[in-house]
Design a protein around this ligand. Structure first.
Ligand code: HEC
Length: 123
């Protein structure tokens, strides 16, 4: 059992340690639903190109939930700080959110992801 535990650790640790530094890697699971290419549509989630600085719920081609439409109408914008706390616990920030994703517990991974979303071309 002990050696199995060590084997599992060695399989799991490098991947998560890597995602903590690499925002592009941290974004991998998001790609199932989101694109950063403004031309790429028809995914289950809104397009995230130019996210930092833009209004919450502002992909014109996406039909948002009431909670995100309300946030948009209130004039909320995505900045790095708001995005990082959103990623820590999305449904806590916007109860009733139509995005079934658990929060990212690792702060370094959240920060790497925020950096990547602010400037995907830097990677
Ligand atoms: C299973 C699909 C799915 C996955 C995986 C997913 N999302 Fe989402 N995301 C959505 C949907 C759907 C919405 C719109 C939610 C709503 O209208 O309430 C959304 C909304 C968002 C928004 C708000 C966008 C805006 O225009 O204001 C951000 C930011 C976001 N997601 C980031 C992420 C990140 C980063 C990841 C990966 C860590 C991720 N999402 C993973 C489906 C997903």
């Amino acid at each position: 059992m002990k050696s199995l535990g060590v084997l599992l650790l060695s399989l799991l640790l490098p991947a998560s340690a890597h995602a903590a530094e690499d925002g592009a890697l941290a974004f991998t699971p998001c790609r199932a639903c989101h694109s950063l290419d403004p031309a790429e549509r028809n995914l289950p989630g809104p397009n995230l190109s130019g996210l930092i600085g833009r209004a919450v719920g502002s992909d014109a081609g996406f039909d948002y939930s009431p909670v995100l439409r309300k946030a948009r109408d209130e004039g909320l914008r995505w900045d790095a700080k708001r995005l990082e706390s959103f990623l820590a616990d999305p449904a806590a920030m916007f109860p009733g959110l139509w995005m079934s994703m658990r929060g990212i517990e690792n702060a370094a991974e959240r920060q790497a992801l925020v950096k990547f979303l602010a400037d995907p071309a830097s990677r």
